[in-house]
Design a protein around this ligand. Structure first.
Ligand SMILES: Cc1cc2nc3c(=O)[nH]c(=O)nc-3n(C[C@H](O)[C@H](O)[C@H](O)COP(=O)(O)OP(=O)(O)OC[C@H]3O[C@@H](n4cnc5c(N)ncnc54)[C@H](O)[C@@H]3O)c2cc1C
Length: 493
Protein backbone atom coordinates (compact mmCIF):
# COMPACT_ATOMS: atom_id res chain seq x y z
CA UNK A 1 0.00 0.00 0.00
CA UNK A 2 1.31 3.46 -0.86
CA UNK A 3 2.12 5.49 2.25
CA UNK A 4 -0.47 8.16 2.96
CA UNK A 5 0.81 11.65 3.57
CA UNK A 6 -1.01 14.71 4.81
CA UNK A 7 -4.38 15.00 6.54
CA UNK A 8 -6.91 12.37 5.56
CA UNK A 9 -10.03 13.78 3.90
CA UNK A 10 -13.22 13.23 5.88
CA UNK A 11 -16.78 13.21 4.50
CA UNK A 12 -20.12 12.81 6.27
CA UNK A 13 -21.35 10.24 3.78
CA UNK A 14 -19.68 8.21 1.05
CA UNK A 15 -21.91 6.68 -1.61
CA UNK A 16 -20.24 3.79 -3.40
CA UNK A 17 -21.27 3.45 -7.05
CA UNK A 18 -22.62 5.92 -9.62
CA UNK A 19 -25.27 3.68 -11.18
CA UNK A 20 -29.02 4.20 -11.15
CA UNK A 21 -29.04 3.71 -7.35
CA UNK A 22 -26.04 5.88 -6.48
CA UNK A 23 -27.41 8.86 -8.43
CA UNK A 24 -30.83 8.41 -6.80
CA UNK A 25 -29.19 8.14 -3.36
CA UNK A 26 -27.26 11.37 -3.92
CA UNK A 27 -30.44 13.16 -4.97
CA UNK A 28 -32.22 12.10 -1.77
CA UNK A 29 -29.24 12.95 0.43
CA UNK A 30 -28.69 16.44 -0.95
CA UNK A 31 -32.40 17.22 -1.02
CA UNK A 32 -33.35 15.86 2.40
CA UNK A 33 -30.11 16.63 4.28
CA UNK A 34 -28.58 19.51 2.34
CA UNK A 35 -25.83 20.27 4.85
CA UNK A 36 -24.03 16.93 4.58
CA UNK A 37 -20.69 16.62 2.85
CA UNK A 38 -20.70 13.65 0.51
CA UNK A 39 -19.06 12.14 -2.55
CA UNK A 40 -19.86 9.27 -4.87
CA UNK A 41 -16.90 6.97 -5.43
CA UNK A 42 -17.16 5.14 -8.76
CA UNK A 43 -14.74 2.44 -9.85
CA UNK A 44 -15.36 3.00 -13.56
CA UNK A 45 -14.65 6.09 -15.64
CA UNK A 46 -18.33 6.64 -16.46
CA UNK A 47 -21.61 6.82 -14.60
CA UNK A 48 -24.63 4.63 -15.27
CA UNK A 49 -23.36 1.26 -13.97
CA UNK A 50 -25.37 -1.52 -15.63
CA UNK A 51 -26.68 0.81 -18.32
CA UNK A 52 -23.21 1.83 -19.38
CA UNK A 53 -21.52 -1.55 -19.01
CA UNK A 54 -23.89 -3.67 -21.09
CA UNK A 55 -23.67 -2.88 -24.79
CA UNK A 56 -24.93 -6.00 -26.52
CA UNK A 57 -27.42 -5.63 -29.40
CA UNK A 58 -30.88 -4.64 -28.23
CA UNK A 59 -29.89 -4.13 -24.56
CA UNK A 60 -32.97 -2.80 -22.75
CA UNK A 61 -34.94 -2.91 -19.54
CA UNK A 62 -37.72 -5.37 -19.07
CA UNK A 63 -39.36 -3.21 -16.45
CA UNK A 64 -41.30 -0.11 -17.45
CA UNK A 65 -39.34 3.11 -17.05
CA UNK A 66 -42.03 4.84 -14.99
CA UNK A 67 -41.10 2.52 -12.12
CA UNK A 68 -37.46 1.76 -13.05
CA UNK A 69 -36.97 5.54 -13.34
CA UNK A 70 -36.89 7.84 -10.33
CA UNK A 71 -40.13 9.07 -8.75
CA UNK A 72 -38.68 12.61 -8.77
CA UNK A 73 -37.62 12.66 -12.44
CA UNK A 74 -40.35 12.06 -15.04
CA UNK A 75 -39.64 9.58 -17.82
CA UNK A 76 -40.31 11.53 -21.01
CA UNK A 77 -39.40 9.13 -23.82
CA UNK A 78 -42.09 7.47 -25.92
CA UNK A 79 -41.28 3.88 -25.05
CA UNK A 80 -42.17 2.51 -21.66
CA UNK A 81 -39.71 -0.41 -21.98
CA UNK A 82 -36.57 1.46 -22.96
CA UNK A 83 -33.27 0.65 -24.65
CA UNK A 84 -29.99 0.81 -22.71
CA UNK A 85 -28.69 4.06 -24.27
CA UNK A 86 -31.96 5.90 -23.42
CA UNK A 87 -31.78 4.71 -19.81
CA UNK A 88 -28.14 5.79 -19.60
CA UNK A 89 -29.05 9.23 -20.98
CA UNK A 90 -31.84 9.54 -18.40
CA UNK A 91 -29.47 8.69 -15.51
CA UNK A 92 -26.81 11.09 -16.85
CA UNK A 93 -29.29 13.94 -17.34
CA UNK A 94 -30.71 13.43 -13.83
CA UNK A 95 -27.19 13.63 -12.41
CA UNK A 96 -26.36 16.77 -14.43
CA UNK A 97 -29.63 18.55 -13.73
CA UNK A 98 -29.11 18.15 -9.99
CA UNK A 99 -25.38 18.86 -9.90
CA UNK A 100 -24.71 15.27 -8.81
CA UNK A 101 -22.21 14.67 -11.62
CA UNK A 102 -19.83 17.10 -9.89
CA UNK A 103 -19.88 14.93 -6.76
CA UNK A 104 -18.69 11.78 -8.54
CA UNK A 105 -15.06 10.74 -8.31
CA UNK A 106 -14.45 8.44 -11.24
CA UNK A 107 -11.85 5.69 -11.41
CA UNK A 108 -11.94 5.22 -7.62
CA UNK A 109 -12.57 1.68 -6.47
CA UNK A 110 -13.30 1.06 -2.80
CA UNK A 111 -11.46 -2.10 -1.84
CA UNK A 112 -11.63 -2.02 1.95
CA UNK A 113 -13.66 -0.38 4.70
CA UNK A 114 -12.53 -0.42 8.34
CA UNK A 115 -14.85 0.75 11.06
CA UNK A 116 -13.51 2.13 14.33
CA UNK A 117 -16.03 2.41 17.16
CA UNK A 118 -13.57 4.53 19.17
CA UNK A 119 -13.48 7.16 16.40
CA UNK A 120 -17.04 6.47 15.13
CA UNK A 121 -15.82 6.54 11.56
CA UNK A 122 -14.97 4.45 8.56
CA UNK A 123 -11.58 4.46 6.91
CA UNK A 124 -11.97 3.51 3.27
CA UNK A 125 -9.11 2.10 1.24
CA UNK A 126 -9.35 3.29 -2.35
CA UNK A 127 -7.63 2.04 -5.46
CA UNK A 128 -7.07 4.71 -8.12
CA UNK A 129 -5.13 3.22 -11.03
CA UNK A 130 -1.94 1.87 -9.45
CA UNK A 131 -2.27 4.08 -6.37
CA UNK A 132 -3.88 3.19 -3.08
CA UNK A 133 -5.02 5.82 -0.59
CA UNK A 134 -7.48 6.27 2.24
CA UNK A 135 -10.28 8.63 3.18
CA UNK A 136 -12.59 8.60 6.16
CA UNK A 137 -16.31 9.08 6.49
CA UNK A 138 -19.01 8.83 9.10
CA UNK A 139 -21.47 6.77 7.08
CA UNK A 140 -21.13 4.44 4.08
CA UNK A 141 -24.00 3.89 1.68
CA UNK A 142 -23.13 1.05 -0.67
CA UNK A 143 -24.90 1.39 -4.04
CA UNK A 144 -22.60 -1.01 -5.84
CA UNK A 145 -25.23 -3.19 -7.51
CA UNK A 146 -25.31 -6.95 -7.08
CA UNK A 147 -22.95 -8.49 -9.58
CA UNK A 148 -19.28 -8.69 -10.48
CA UNK A 149 -18.26 -6.11 -13.07
CA UNK A 150 -15.02 -7.87 -13.87
CA UNK A 151 -16.39 -11.32 -14.70
CA UNK A 152 -19.68 -12.88 -15.70
CA UNK A 153 -20.72 -16.47 -15.01
CA UNK A 154 -18.68 -18.40 -17.58
CA UNK A 155 -19.24 -22.18 -17.33
CA UNK A 156 -16.58 -24.31 -18.98
CA UNK A 157 -17.85 -25.87 -22.22
CA UNK A 158 -16.15 -29.14 -23.18
CA UNK A 159 -14.27 -28.92 -26.48
CA UNK A 160 -14.53 -25.13 -26.65
CA UNK A 161 -10.85 -24.97 -27.69
CA UNK A 162 -11.77 -26.78 -30.93
CA UNK A 163 -14.45 -24.30 -31.94
CA UNK A 164 -13.45 -22.34 -35.05
CA UNK A 165 -16.07 -19.55 -34.73
CA UNK A 166 -16.30 -16.61 -32.34
CA UNK A 167 -17.43 -17.06 -28.74
CA UNK A 168 -18.64 -13.87 -27.05
CA UNK A 169 -20.07 -12.84 -23.67
CA UNK A 170 -22.81 -10.20 -23.34
CA UNK A 171 -21.02 -8.43 -20.47
CA UNK A 172 -17.95 -7.86 -22.65
CA UNK A 173 -19.48 -7.34 -26.07
CA UNK A 174 -16.84 -6.74 -28.77
CA UNK A 175 -17.70 -3.41 -30.39
CA UNK A 176 -16.59 -4.61 -33.83
CA UNK A 177 -18.40 -7.98 -33.85
CA UNK A 178 -19.86 -8.51 -37.31
CA UNK A 179 -22.63 -11.09 -37.36
CA UNK A 180 -24.48 -9.90 -40.50
CA UNK A 181 -25.49 -12.88 -42.62
CA UNK A 182 -24.02 -15.33 -40.09
CA UNK A 183 -25.40 -18.23 -38.10
CA UNK A 184 -25.64 -17.39 -34.41
CA UNK A 185 -26.33 -19.58 -31.37
CA UNK A 186 -27.27 -17.86 -28.11
CA UNK A 187 -26.79 -20.13 -25.08
CA UNK A 188 -29.23 -19.28 -22.29
CA UNK A 189 -32.89 -18.52 -21.74
CA UNK A 190 -32.90 -15.52 -19.41
CA UNK A 191 -33.60 -11.85 -20.02
CA UNK A 192 -30.34 -11.31 -21.89
CA UNK A 193 -30.87 -14.26 -24.26
CA UNK A 194 -34.44 -13.28 -25.13
CA UNK A 195 -33.27 -9.72 -25.78
CA UNK A 196 -30.35 -10.79 -27.97
CA UNK A 197 -32.29 -13.21 -30.16
CA UNK A 198 -34.65 -10.73 -31.92
CA UNK A 199 -31.99 -7.98 -32.00
CA UNK A 200 -29.38 -10.20 -33.66
CA UNK A 201 -31.98 -11.83 -35.95
CA UNK A 202 -32.36 -8.46 -37.71
CA UNK A 203 -28.91 -8.88 -39.31
CA UNK A 204 -27.90 -12.51 -38.80
CA UNK A 205 -28.82 -15.26 -41.24
CA UNK A 206 -30.39 -17.21 -38.40
CA UNK A 207 -30.34 -17.19 -34.59
CA UNK A 208 -30.87 -20.25 -32.41
CA UNK A 209 -31.52 -19.88 -28.71
CA UNK A 210 -30.18 -22.98 -26.99
CA UNK A 211 -31.73 -23.54 -23.59
CA UNK A 212 -31.36 -26.36 -21.10
CA UNK A 213 -34.89 -25.80 -19.88
CA UNK A 214 -37.67 -23.30 -20.61
CA UNK A 215 -38.17 -19.96 -18.86
CA UNK A 216 -41.46 -18.12 -18.39
CA UNK A 217 -41.60 -15.42 -21.03
CA UNK A 218 -44.39 -12.90 -21.35
CA UNK A 219 -45.08 -10.51 -24.23
CA UNK A 220 -45.73 -6.95 -23.03
CA UNK A 221 -46.47 -3.73 -24.95
CA UNK A 222 -43.25 -1.76 -25.61
CA UNK A 223 -45.28 1.42 -25.69
CA UNK A 224 -47.94 1.97 -23.06
CA UNK A 225 -50.99 3.50 -24.73
CA UNK A 226 -52.62 4.35 -21.37
CA UNK A 227 -49.43 6.15 -20.35
CA UNK A 228 -49.52 8.08 -23.64
CA UNK A 229 -53.10 9.20 -22.93
CA UNK A 230 -52.25 10.23 -19.36
CA UNK A 231 -49.24 12.20 -20.61
CA UNK A 232 -51.45 14.02 -23.10
CA UNK A 233 -53.83 15.08 -20.36
CA UNK A 234 -51.58 15.87 -17.39
CA UNK A 235 -48.40 17.89 -16.79
CA UNK A 236 -45.22 15.71 -16.86
CA UNK A 237 -44.66 15.35 -13.09
CA UNK A 238 -48.25 14.50 -12.28
CA UNK A 239 -48.50 12.17 -15.29
CA UNK A 240 -45.33 10.36 -14.16
CA UNK A 241 -46.82 9.82 -10.71
CA UNK A 242 -50.14 8.56 -12.02
CA UNK A 243 -48.54 6.15 -14.53
CA UNK A 244 -46.07 4.98 -11.90
CA UNK A 245 -48.92 4.21 -9.48
CA UNK A 246 -50.82 2.35 -12.20
CA UNK A 247 -47.78 0.24 -13.11
CA UNK A 248 -46.95 -0.52 -9.47
CA UNK A 249 -50.49 -1.75 -8.86
CA UNK A 250 -50.37 -3.87 -11.99
CA UNK A 251 -46.96 -5.45 -11.24
CA UNK A 252 -47.73 -6.14 -7.56
CA UNK A 253 -51.13 -7.52 -8.55
CA UNK A 254 -49.73 -9.76 -11.27
CA UNK A 255 -46.95 -11.07 -9.00
CA UNK A 256 -49.46 -11.88 -6.24
CA UNK A 257 -51.72 -13.59 -8.76
CA UNK A 258 -48.80 -15.77 -9.95
CA UNK A 259 -47.80 -16.69 -6.38
CA UNK A 260 -51.32 -17.39 -5.14
CA UNK A 261 -52.77 -19.04 -8.25
CA UNK A 262 -49.83 -20.68 -10.00
CA UNK A 263 -51.94 -23.03 -12.10
CA UNK A 264 -54.08 -20.19 -13.43
CA UNK A 265 -50.94 -18.10 -14.08
CA UNK A 266 -49.35 -21.00 -16.00
CA UNK A 267 -52.46 -21.27 -18.15
CA UNK A 268 -52.59 -17.54 -18.75
CA UNK A 269 -48.96 -17.33 -19.87
CA UNK A 270 -49.01 -20.43 -22.06
CA UNK A 271 -52.34 -19.25 -23.54
CA UNK A 272 -50.86 -15.84 -24.44
CA UNK A 273 -47.78 -17.39 -26.03
CA UNK A 274 -49.85 -19.94 -27.96
CA UNK A 275 -52.01 -17.14 -29.33
CA UNK A 276 -48.88 -15.45 -30.71
CA UNK A 277 -47.00 -18.52 -31.96
CA UNK A 278 -50.11 -20.47 -33.01
CA UNK A 279 -48.40 -23.74 -32.16
CA UNK A 280 -49.42 -25.53 -28.97
CA UNK A 281 -46.76 -28.25 -29.26
CA UNK A 282 -44.00 -25.65 -29.68
CA UNK A 283 -45.19 -23.79 -26.58
CA UNK A 284 -45.45 -27.03 -24.58
CA UNK A 285 -41.90 -28.04 -25.52
CA UNK A 286 -40.01 -24.74 -25.27
CA UNK A 287 -42.06 -22.27 -23.27
CA UNK A 288 -43.64 -24.23 -20.43
CA UNK A 289 -41.19 -24.41 -17.51
CA UNK A 290 -41.44 -26.99 -14.74
CA UNK A 291 -41.25 -24.24 -12.09
CA UNK A 292 -44.09 -21.80 -11.48
CA UNK A 293 -44.19 -18.21 -12.75
CA UNK A 294 -42.14 -15.95 -10.48
CA UNK A 295 -40.23 -18.80 -8.79
CA UNK A 296 -37.65 -17.21 -11.05
CA UNK A 297 -37.70 -13.75 -12.58
CA UNK A 298 -40.25 -13.57 -15.40
CA UNK A 299 -38.82 -12.45 -18.76
CA UNK A 300 -40.76 -9.74 -20.52
CA UNK A 301 -40.50 -9.37 -24.30
CA UNK A 302 -41.70 -5.98 -25.55
CA UNK A 303 -44.12 -6.10 -28.48
CA UNK A 304 -43.54 -9.89 -28.61
CA UNK A 305 -40.35 -9.18 -30.61
CA UNK A 306 -38.82 -12.50 -29.61
CA UNK A 307 -41.83 -14.51 -30.77
CA UNK A 308 -42.14 -12.43 -33.94
CA UNK A 309 -38.54 -13.30 -34.89
CA UNK A 310 -39.50 -16.96 -34.47
CA UNK A 311 -42.58 -16.56 -36.63
CA UNK A 312 -40.47 -15.03 -39.40
CA UNK A 313 -38.22 -18.12 -39.23
CA UNK A 314 -35.30 -15.83 -38.37
CA UNK A 315 -35.01 -17.48 -34.96
CA UNK A 316 -35.73 -20.78 -33.26
CA UNK A 317 -35.46 -22.30 -29.81
CA UNK A 318 -33.76 -25.62 -29.11
CA UNK A 319 -34.17 -27.26 -25.70
CA UNK A 320 -31.27 -29.64 -25.19
CA UNK A 321 -27.93 -29.99 -23.41
CA UNK A 322 -24.46 -29.28 -24.75
CA UNK A 323 -22.39 -32.42 -25.32
CA UNK A 324 -19.36 -30.48 -26.53
CA UNK A 325 -18.23 -27.72 -28.84
CA UNK A 326 -17.03 -28.94 -32.25
CA UNK A 327 -15.17 -26.89 -34.91
CA UNK A 328 -18.40 -25.96 -36.73
CA UNK A 329 -20.56 -25.27 -33.68
CA UNK A 330 -22.14 -27.18 -30.80
CA UNK A 331 -22.93 -30.89 -30.59
CA UNK A 332 -25.98 -31.56 -28.39
CA UNK A 333 -26.72 -34.54 -26.17
CA UNK A 334 -29.43 -35.55 -28.67
CA UNK A 335 -26.66 -35.92 -31.30
CA UNK A 336 -27.78 -32.88 -33.31
CA UNK A 337 -25.11 -30.35 -34.29
CA UNK A 338 -25.97 -26.64 -34.24
CA UNK A 339 -23.75 -24.88 -36.76
CA UNK A 340 -22.62 -21.46 -35.61
CA UNK A 341 -20.28 -18.74 -36.83
CA UNK A 342 -20.90 -16.90 -33.57
CA UNK A 343 -21.84 -18.34 -30.18
CA UNK A 344 -23.06 -15.99 -27.45
CA UNK A 345 -22.78 -17.38 -23.94
CA UNK A 346 -25.67 -15.60 -22.20
CA UNK A 347 -25.27 -17.78 -19.12
CA UNK A 348 -25.77 -15.10 -16.53
CA UNK A 349 -24.17 -12.80 -14.05
CA UNK A 350 -21.83 -13.62 -11.22
CA UNK A 351 -23.30 -12.16 -8.06
CA UNK A 352 -20.98 -10.12 -5.87
CA UNK A 353 -21.90 -8.79 -2.44
CA UNK A 354 -21.29 -5.08 -1.88
CA UNK A 355 -18.78 -4.42 -4.62
CA UNK A 356 -16.35 -7.03 -3.24
CA UNK A 357 -15.31 -4.59 -0.48
CA UNK A 358 -13.64 -6.26 2.50
CA UNK A 359 -15.29 -4.98 5.67
CA UNK A 360 -13.76 -4.94 9.13
CA UNK A 361 -15.34 -3.71 12.35
CA UNK A 362 -12.97 -2.79 15.18
CA UNK A 363 -10.25 -4.93 13.65
CA UNK A 364 -12.36 -8.07 13.01
CA UNK A 365 -13.31 -9.06 9.45
CA UNK A 366 -17.07 -9.09 8.87
CA UNK A 367 -18.50 -12.40 7.70
CA UNK A 368 -21.49 -11.14 5.70
CA UNK A 369 -23.18 -14.52 5.76
CA UNK A 370 -23.52 -14.21 9.57
CA UNK A 371 -25.32 -10.88 9.45
CA UNK A 372 -29.01 -10.09 9.15
CA UNK A 373 -30.43 -7.30 7.05
CA UNK A 374 -32.73 -4.79 8.70
CA UNK A 375 -35.35 -3.21 6.40
CA UNK A 376 -33.36 -4.62 3.48
CA UNK A 377 -30.91 -1.77 4.17
CA UNK A 378 -28.61 -2.02 7.21
CA UNK A 379 -26.64 -4.94 8.60
CA UNK A 380 -26.34 -6.29 12.12
CA UNK A 381 -22.77 -5.98 13.40
CA UNK A 382 -21.85 -3.26 10.89
CA UNK A 383 -22.42 0.29 12.22
CA UNK A 384 -23.21 3.31 10.05
CA UNK A 385 -23.40 1.20 6.92
CA UNK A 386 -26.31 0.78 4.52
CA UNK A 387 -26.75 -1.12 1.27
CA UNK A 388 -29.04 -0.49 -1.64
CA UNK A 389 -30.78 -3.64 -2.89
CA UNK A 390 -33.71 -3.41 -5.29
CA UNK A 391 -36.61 -5.75 -5.85
CA UNK A 392 -36.29 -8.95 -7.81
CA UNK A 393 -40.00 -9.11 -8.70
CA UNK A 394 -40.49 -5.45 -9.58
CA UNK A 395 -38.42 -2.50 -10.70
CA UNK A 396 -35.17 -2.22 -8.79
CA UNK A 397 -35.61 1.51 -8.19
CA UNK A 398 -38.84 1.11 -6.24
CA UNK A 399 -36.97 -0.33 -3.30
CA UNK A 400 -33.70 1.49 -4.02
CA UNK A 401 -35.44 4.85 -3.60
CA UNK A 402 -37.26 3.76 -0.43
CA UNK A 403 -33.92 2.64 1.00
CA UNK A 404 -32.27 5.97 0.16
CA UNK A 405 -35.07 7.81 1.93
CA UNK A 406 -34.71 5.47 4.92
CA UNK A 407 -30.96 6.19 5.05
CA UNK A 408 -31.74 9.94 5.20
CA UNK A 409 -34.24 9.27 7.99
CA UNK A 410 -31.62 7.28 9.92
CA UNK A 411 -29.05 10.08 9.54
CA UNK A 412 -31.58 12.68 10.73
CA UNK A 413 -32.53 10.43 13.66
CA UNK A 414 -28.87 10.10 14.68
CA UNK A 415 -28.57 13.89 14.71
CA UNK A 416 -31.69 14.28 16.81
CA UNK A 417 -30.59 11.70 19.35
CA UNK A 418 -26.96 12.83 19.33
CA UNK A 419 -25.72 9.37 18.25
CA UNK A 420 -22.46 9.21 16.34
CA UNK A 421 -22.93 5.54 15.41
CA UNK A 422 -25.88 3.17 15.16
CA UNK A 423 -26.36 -0.46 14.30
CA UNK A 424 -29.58 -2.47 13.95
CA UNK A 425 -30.13 -5.03 16.66
CA UNK A 426 -32.97 -7.60 16.74
CA UNK A 427 -35.08 -8.21 19.82
CA UNK A 428 -34.98 -11.96 20.33
CA UNK A 429 -33.55 -14.46 17.89
CA UNK A 430 -34.29 -14.55 14.18
CA UNK A 431 -34.79 -17.59 12.00
CA UNK A 432 -32.59 -17.10 8.95
CA UNK A 433 -33.67 -17.17 5.32
CA UNK A 434 -31.68 -16.47 2.17
CA UNK A 435 -31.61 -12.82 1.19
CA UNK A 436 -33.21 -13.45 -2.21
CA UNK A 437 -36.03 -15.90 -2.57
CA UNK A 438 -35.46 -16.93 -6.20
CA UNK A 439 -34.59 -20.40 -7.46
CA UNK A 440 -32.64 -19.02 -10.48
CA UNK A 441 -29.19 -20.55 -10.97
CA UNK A 442 -27.33 -17.23 -10.70
CA UNK A 443 -28.92 -16.57 -7.30
CA UNK A 444 -28.43 -20.09 -5.97
CA UNK A 445 -24.73 -20.13 -6.99
CA UNK A 446 -23.75 -17.27 -4.66
CA UNK A 447 -26.52 -16.37 -2.26
CA UNK A 448 -24.73 -18.13 0.64
CA UNK A 449 -22.10 -15.36 0.56
CA UNK A 450 -24.72 -12.66 1.17
CA UNK A 451 -26.25 -11.59 4.50
CA UNK A 452 -29.51 -13.26 5.55
CA UNK A 453 -33.00 -11.99 6.00
CA UNK A 454 -34.99 -12.87 9.11
CA UNK A 455 -38.40 -14.44 9.50
CA UNK A 456 -40.32 -11.36 10.61
CA UNK A 457 -40.67 -7.67 9.93
CA UNK A 458 -38.52 -5.50 9.84
CA UNK A 459 -35.94 -8.24 9.18
CA UNK A 460 -37.78 -9.74 6.21
CA UNK A 461 -36.80 -8.58 2.76
CA UNK A 462 -40.32 -8.51 1.40
CA UNK A 463 -40.81 -8.37 -2.31
CA UNK A 464 -43.85 -6.18 -1.95
CA UNK A 465 -43.59 -2.48 -2.68
CA UNK A 466 -47.11 -1.67 -1.47
CA UNK A 467 -46.38 -3.04 2.01
CA UNK A 468 -42.86 -1.59 2.08
CA UNK A 469 -43.97 1.85 0.99
CA UNK A 470 -46.61 1.86 3.73
CA UNK A 471 -44.24 0.79 6.53
CA UNK A 472 -40.53 1.40 5.77
CA UNK A 473 -40.45 5.11 6.45
CA UNK A 474 -42.78 4.79 9.45
CA UNK A 475 -40.59 2.24 11.20
CA UNK A 476 -39.78 2.98 14.85
CA UNK A 477 -36.03 3.59 14.68
CA UNK A 478 -35.57 3.65 18.47
CA UNK A 479 -36.85 0.09 18.69
CA UNK A 480 -34.20 -1.52 16.48
CA UNK A 481 -31.48 0.97 15.75
CA UNK A 482 -29.11 1.04 18.72
CA UNK A 483 -26.25 3.41 19.43
CA UNK A 484 -23.09 1.37 18.96
CA UNK A 485 -22.08 1.27 22.66
CA UNK A 486 -25.51 -0.09 23.65
CA UNK A 487 -25.57 -2.66 20.83
CA UNK A 488 -22.14 -3.93 21.88
CA UNK A 489 -23.46 -4.45 25.41
CA UNK A 490 -26.53 -6.28 24.04
CA UNK A 491 -24.25 -8.50 21.97
CA UNK A 492 -22.37 -9.62 25.09
CA UNK A 493 -25.50 -10.57 27.06
C1 LIG B 1 -28.80 -6.35 -18.75
C2 LIG B 1 -29.54 -5.99 -17.51
C3 LIG B 1 -30.87 -5.59 -17.59
C4 LIG B 1 -31.55 -5.25 -16.43
N1 LIG B 1 -32.85 -4.87 -16.54
C5 LIG B 1 -33.53 -4.54 -15.42
C6 LIG B 1 -34.90 -4.15 -15.48
O1 LIG B 1 -35.51 -4.10 -16.53
N2 LIG B 1 -35.53 -3.85 -14.33
C7 LIG B 1 -34.90 -3.90 -13.13
O2 LIG B 1 -35.52 -3.60 -12.12
N3 LIG B 1 -33.62 -4.27 -13.04
C8 LIG B 1 -32.92 -4.59 -14.13
N4 LIG B 1 -31.61 -4.97 -14.03
C9 LIG B 1 -30.95 -4.91 -12.74
C10 LIG B 1 -30.14 -3.59 -12.72
O3 LIG B 1 -28.83 -3.85 -12.46
C11 LIG B 1 -30.78 -2.61 -11.78
O4 LIG B 1 -32.05 -2.27 -12.24
C12 LIG B 1 -30.05 -1.27 -11.61
O5 LIG B 1 -29.51 -0.79 -12.80
C13 LIG B 1 -29.01 -1.43 -10.56
O6 LIG B 1 -28.47 -0.17 -10.35
P1 LIG B 1 -27.35 0.03 -9.25
O7 LIG B 1 -26.91 1.43 -9.35
O8 LIG B 1 -27.84 -0.46 -7.95
O9 LIG B 1 -26.20 -0.99 -9.67
P2 LIG B 1 -25.28 -0.96 -10.95
O10 LIG B 1 -25.98 -0.49 -12.14
O11 LIG B 1 -24.65 -2.31 -11.00
O12 LIG B 1 -24.17 0.13 -10.60
C14 LIG B 1 -23.25 -0.10 -9.56
C15 LIG B 1 -22.09 0.86 -9.72
O13 LIG B 1 -21.22 0.67 -8.60
C16 LIG B 1 -19.89 0.65 -9.05
N5 LIG B 1 -19.10 -0.13 -8.08
C17 LIG B 1 -19.26 -1.44 -7.76
N6 LIG B 1 -18.35 -1.80 -6.82
C18 LIG B 1 -17.62 -0.69 -6.55
C19 LIG B 1 -16.53 -0.45 -5.67
N7 LIG B 1 -16.04 -1.41 -4.87
N8 LIG B 1 -15.99 0.79 -5.64
C20 LIG B 1 -16.49 1.79 -6.43
N9 LIG B 1 -17.52 1.59 -7.30
C21 LIG B 1 -18.08 0.37 -7.35
C22 LIG B 1 -19.96 -0.01 -10.41
O14 LIG B 1 -18.84 0.31 -11.19
C23 LIG B 1 -21.26 0.59 -10.96
O15 LIG B 1 -21.06 1.79 -11.66
C24 LIG B 1 -30.91 -5.32 -15.17
C25 LIG B 1 -29.58 -5.76 -15.10
C26 LIG B 1 -28.91 -6.10 -16.25
C27 LIG B 1 -27.49 -6.57 -16.12
Amino acid sequence: MAPHTGVMEHLDVVIIGAGLSGIGAAYRLQTELPGRSYAILEARERLGGTWDLFRYPGVRSDSDMFTLGYPFEPWRDDKSIADGPSILRYVRETAERNGIDKRIRFGVKVIGAEWSSADARWTLTLREGQETRTISCSFVYCCSGYYDYEQGHAPHFPGVENYSGTLVYPQFWPEDLDYAGKKVVVIGSGATAVTLVPAMAEQAEHVTMLQRSPTWISAVPGRDKYADKIRELLPPRLAHRVIRAKNILFSVGFYQYCRRRPEAARKLLTGLTTRILKDEALVAEHFTPSYNPWDQRLCAVPDADFFKAMRKDKAEVVTDHIESFVPEGIRLKSGKVLEADVVVSATGLKLLAFGGISLTVDGSPVDLSEQFVWQGAMLTGVPNFAVCIGYTNASWTLRADLTSRLVCKVLAHMDRRGYSAVVPHPQGSLRERPLLDLSSGYVQRSIAEFPRQGDRSPWRVRQNYLLDSATTLRTNLDKTLKPVSEAAALQRV
